[in-house]
Design a binder for this molecule. Structure first.
Ligand SMILES: Nc1nc2c(ncn2[C@@H]2O[C@H](COP(=O)(O)OP(=O)(O)OP(=O)(O)O)[C@@H](O)[C@H]2O)c(=O)[nH]1
Ligand SMILES: [Mg+2]
Length: 246
């Protein structure tokens, strides 16, 4: 089975080397794809060096900060073109601990998509301010009640998709960015009838580097939820269901 982990980066020079090293040391046989948006701190050069030293490391260098959503989409296309079976996404800042990857992968044996979730029993957040906690909780409550999403952590970026899911939902047509992108993709996946599972994770605030979340990001997420509410459910042809054991 071919597995790829997509990591979008913007100013993650201190994190990307150690993270890639941890990922490659995992006993699951995965490749890594870093999508860097010409980070001013030189993340791109570090990644280019990693590509030279290990054939499992791949990189896409984009000319400017084009946003998290389009970075994911670019990565999904790369993975689909090259026939990967599983596509994992994670942040570069060690908020998403690589040790959860085996559980995420295991869940995709019986489900079409898995989420590393802060909001299921056993999961949680560490080192987050009360403000960030409230914000994240609020965003999820909003998405779950208004959009009827069943997952408990709808804004989590730590996910694993079976590749046929990405083919069906066509990420290139998603206009939303950042958290909104994650909400929209989950919305499409759920309403296409795919099976989504969550595994608890302990989410830790970024170890190093600067935060990129902004007020604008939060307003954008709220706007996306409202836009999706007003739209009819996606008309996606029912895909081949995953063959699950009773
Ligand atoms: N390629 C690319 N990556 C991005 C962009 N914005 C953020 N990222 C990366 O996306 C991941 C998530 O972004 P974070 O800055 O950690 O966002 P967050 O977790 O909401 O907030 P903090 O951890 O507090 O900064 C990280 O790996 C970032 O480096 C972007 O415009 N382009
Ligand atoms: Mg982060």
């Amino acid at each position: 089975m071919k597995i790829i982990t997509i990591i979008p980066t913007y100013n993650e020079a201190e994190n990307i080397g150690p993270l890639v090293e941890r990922l490659l040391a995992l006993d699951v046989g995965l490749d890594v794809l870093v999508i860097d948006d010409n980070s001013p701190d030189g993340t791109g050069a570090i990644v280019a060096e990693l590509v030279q030293t290990d054939t499992r490391v791949h990189a896409i260098h984009r000319p400017a900060k084009l946003g998290l959503g389009t970075a994911y989409t670019r990565g999904f296309l790369y993975a689909l073109e090259r026939g990967y079976d599983r596509v994992i996404t994670m942040d570069a800042d060690f908020s998403h601990n690589p040790r959860y990857i085996p559980s995420l992968l295991a869940l995709t044996e019986t489900h079409d998509m898995s989420i590393g979730s802060r909001y299921v029993p056993g999961g949680g957040v560490r080192l987050w301010s009360a403000y960030r906690r409230a914000l994240s909780r609020g965003a999820n409550l909003f998405a779950r009640t208004i959009l009827g999403l069943e997952a408990h952590d709808c804004t989590a970026g730590f996910r694993c998709y079976r590749s046929h899911v990405l083919e069906t939902i066509d990420p290139t047509s998603i206009r939303a960015d950042g958290y909104s992108y994650l909400i929209e993709i989950l919305w499409r996946v759920q309403y296409a009838g795919y099976r989504v599972a969550e595994t608890p994770i302990l989410f830790t605030d970024r170890r190093r580097g600067a935060s990129k979340i902004s007020q604008t990001e939060i307003f954008k997420a709220a706007k996306t939820v409202l836009r999706l509410t007003l739209r009819s459910k996606p008309q996606i042809v029912q895909p081949q269901a995953t063959n699950t054991q009773p």
